[in-house]
Design a protein around this ligand. Sequence first.
Ligand SMILES: [Zn+2]
Length: 148
Amino acid sequence: MKVTTMDFDNMSSKELSKRLSEFHGHLGPYLVLGAKMGLYAKKTLSSSPFEISAEITMPLKPPLSCTIDGIQFTSGATTGKANLKVSDGLPIKIVFYKENDGIVIVPKQNILEIIRTRVGHEDLEMLAEQIMEKDYTELFEVQKWTKQ
Ligand SMILES: [Zn+2]
């Protein structure tokens, strides 16, 4: 089987935003937050969409759950390949792993707060672009994870 992926390393953030928006239907801050998580996981664990798996826990309600589409788009872990599991609940966390080792990503409270307070009031595309330009360390906490 020939594995095809998108070359995110050589893609501008503008191009990535465009493709995300075409996939999901609009460009929003949660979508971009998820995309940044997926990019980080891919860079850390595996560039193959068949080697990486993800388990997402979060309330399954848009706009928050738009995050899930961002994660699928960039990490390559998708419901169709059965390497993505989504559970409704709190606290929000995303486990990415390859075989027995992985990482847990938890979005920072202040970022969630910023998005929450602006949704419905401001230009969400602009907020999405701001999230896109932020460093990973500003967006989420990362811890090592090992399969029990
Ligand atoms: Zn959305």
